[in-house]
Design a binder for this molecule. Structure first.
Ligand code: ATP
Ligand code: PH2
Length: 172
């Protein structure tokens, strides 16, 4: 059975837009069909490392037959193709600079938790750089177990998120 899911992309190293665009193509090669892209947003860094380049962030609506863990594997394979150092590996910096980050935000109505995967993503309702592009894709989006995305965004202040470029090319 095919499910609709949402992925969050982020990049702040190299040609940020090109990295996001290349990710769309790599996802296709891993059985993840990209249906729609949000605009690309330039966003102020949040988390443990604030003194770094601004990020380009976007969200994708995808369709896939992959179950949660294999879909996470596909996200990780894309990061690996960019040479991403993973959590637990030497040189990993939590919230540090990266050419690409692919987060699995939502997969249908699935609520799931394992050692390596939490669905919905634990930060989906606490990051403006995720909620703004998600709401562009679906203004009525409900986050399973956590209510309406628009209500979550209303609770958040501050972080600068500004539209920087058109949606990524998804070949539709
Ligand atoms: N929904 C999810 N999407 C992606 N990774 C997840 C998810 N839930 C748990 N994880 C786990 O989180 C680990 C750390 O992810 P990552 O290295 O991308 O962290 P980060 O990008 O620094 O922080 P964040 O995940 O908060 O954006 C991954 O190796 C993965 O096993
Ligand atoms: N603005 C912004 N800040 C971040 C981002 C990101 O994608 N955008 N990703 C992080 C680690 O996943 C940490 N901080």
């Amino acid at each position: 059975m095919r499910e609709i899911g949402y992925l969050g992309l982020g990049s702040n190293v190299g040609d940020r837009r090109m990295n996001l665009q290349a990710t769309v193509e790599l996802l296709w090669a891993h059985d993840v069909t990209v249906l729609l892209s949000s605009s690309v947003y330039e966003t102020e860094p949040v988390g443990e490392v604030l003194d770094q380049r601004t990020f380009y962030n976007a969200c994708l609506r995808v369709e896939t037959r992959l179950k949660p863990e294999p879909l996470l594997d596909a996200c990780k394979a894309v990061e690996h193709a960019f040479g991403r150092v993973q959590a637990g590996e030497e040189g990993y910096i939590k919230d540090g600079p990266r050419a690409i980050d692919v987060d699995l935000l939502l997969l249908g109505a699935t609520e799931y938790s394992s050692e390596r995967l939490t669905l919905p993503h634990r930060e989906v309702t606490s990051r403006r750089f995720v909620l703004v592009p998600l709401l562009e894709l679906d203004p009525h989006l409900e986050v399973p177990g956590r209510g309406r995305a628009v209500d979550a965004l209303r609770m958040l202040q501050g972080q600068d998120v500004r539209r920087a470029g058109p949606p990524l090319d998804v070949g539709a």
